[in-house]
Write a protein that binds this ligand. Sequence first.
Ligand SMILES: Cc1ncc(COP(=O)(O)O)c(C=O)c1O
Length: 379
Amino acid sequence: MIYLDHNATTPVASEVLDAMRPHLETDFGNPSSTHRYGKVANAAIELARAQVAALLGCAADSVVFTGSGSEADNLAIKGVALVRRDDGDHIITSAIEHPAVLGPCRYLQTRFGYRLTIVPVDELGVVDPDDVRRAIEPGTVLVTVMHANNEVGTLQPIAEIARLARERGIAMHTDAAQSLGKVAVGVEALEVDLLTLAGHKMHAPKGIGVLYVRPGTRLDPLVHGGGQEHGIRAGTENVPYVAGLGAACELAARRLQARAPLQVMRLRDRLHTALRSAVPGLVLNGHPDDRLPNTLNVSFPGRDGDSVLERTPSVAAATGSACHAGRTNPSPVLTAMGLSPERALGAVRLSLGYDTTVAEIDAAAAALTAAVALDTSRA
Ligand SMILES: Cc1ncc(COP(=O)(O)O)c(C=O)c1O
């Protein structure tokens, strides 16, 4: 199998496993305990907090560990909306957000009557900051726009949007689950108040995330209890996973420093060139330049992406389609970008990782090209 689905999840790095193992085997203490076992566990958490903070460029006490990227998104959105209920009831988000952002926004709207403005994107998947500016009202309490899209990889002008929000005292959140470890993500450069990280997109295990919280940003907790994580997220900390995430952040920082994403980008572009020359009419979805270096989303003309991938069992990749009750619908992200249903259903997302090799890319290009030639799904 050639694994080209790193935007879905990544393998756990050996450095990450090494950091986790002692906390699953011998160092099993509760970080809140005052004896030696507790101190060892607590030290592991504080080391990891510093490692995450170093990657994000923030103070360690701005890092709140959560149980997933989805939980971090929910904490940011519901936490700000609820704590600022007396200031207003209006939230702004974009049309291409992950369900972990759109879900809590819709929940607040239907359950508690918050008002929601969903700003559009252009055909490359980019939010226009002017649309955000126009959407802002006196009652706006939160703007949440993702840093990089998971399907097409397009990067958003977050700093520009954040400036609009923060100048008006509106909290700014970005979901950076897809961009961390692939491009430089600094909370000062992005000027955000809240930022989501998801461990399993960057070689830590599934089930661990972070919410960055800028000092002074008010937030109601989702989980009340023993006061862990500065009282923002109660529950005995998942020490092995937290330690693993710390190691993953350190690894990510080293890779960025070594410009490893450039190598990944070269391989991605090699795959694009090979597919483009073999498949007439192939089109790129997403921004040609301002996008994640590992992400290639292309539409095969006159084909269904699902059907092409079924004929390519040696390649693990994703399509933009969502299957509901046996019917295949075009991806909401591609639809929001204004792509026709035919083009959206013809899309395949190929997302590379740091371990992807030239040989794998050439083999994947050959296998996909052969599948497209054989496929008659919409011929
Ligand atoms: C952009 C984005 N946000 C949030 C998430 C959710 O993260 P998790 O799977 O850790 O809940 C994902 C993962 O699919 C994602 O791609």
